[in-house]
Ligand binder design. Structure first.
Ligand code: AMP
Length: 145
């Protein structure tokens, strides 16, 4: 299954915020939108980084409550791995496993953000595909047996 099919099902909403926003604002956004990561946009537009629940935990562990007033760009990951709509769920699973992250922003042909795929989306797509394969195999065995 390709990323474009995953986005077709889940939608193309991307939760973003500005790098100057505080960690408190990021935490509120993560909770309110019920997502695990937020894409950070550059002031001039474009992908500036990504900040996830894991970065928040690390920030609090390292800097305590003071981290909450600091800007998101002090804790985000600036070098973001992205994908395109023609990448497959299987390929993304490998990228996420190898990179040890659970979110991948999707860029369109013009390099613009057009969605985010999480590990949950990828696993769901993989399970659906596996179930479909099993059903066609059962049908084949039934029809030819
Ligand atoms: P996650 O598993 O998505 O909560 O992220 C774990 C760590 O990887 C955090 O430090 C994130 O900022 C970082 N991260 C998340 N997604 C990506 C990505 N697509 N590319 C690079 N780093 C990422």
């Amino acid at each position: 299954m390709q990323v474009k099919q995953i986005l077709g099902e889940k939608g193309r909403m991307v939760v973003t915020l500005n790098g100057q926003a505080t960690l408190t604002e990021a935490a509120r956004l993560l909770a309110e939108k019920r997502v695990g990561a937020v894409v950070v946009e550059k002031a001039a537009g474009g992908l500036g980084g990504i900040i996830s629940e894991r970065d928040l935990v690390r920030a609090l562990a390292e800097d305590g409550a003071a981290a909450l007033q600091r800007p998101v760009n002090a804790y985000m990951t600036a070098r973001v791995t992205t994908c395109t709509e023609t990448d497959t769920a299987e390929a993304l699973m490998e990228v996420m496993t190898r990179g040890r992250f659970r979110h991948v922003p999707v860029l369109d042909g013009a390099g613009k953000l057009c969605g985010v795929v999480s590990i949950g989306d990828v696993v769901k797509a993989h399970i659906a595909e596996t179930a479909q394969e099993a059903a066609s195999l059962r049908r084949y065995i039934h029809e030819t047996g």
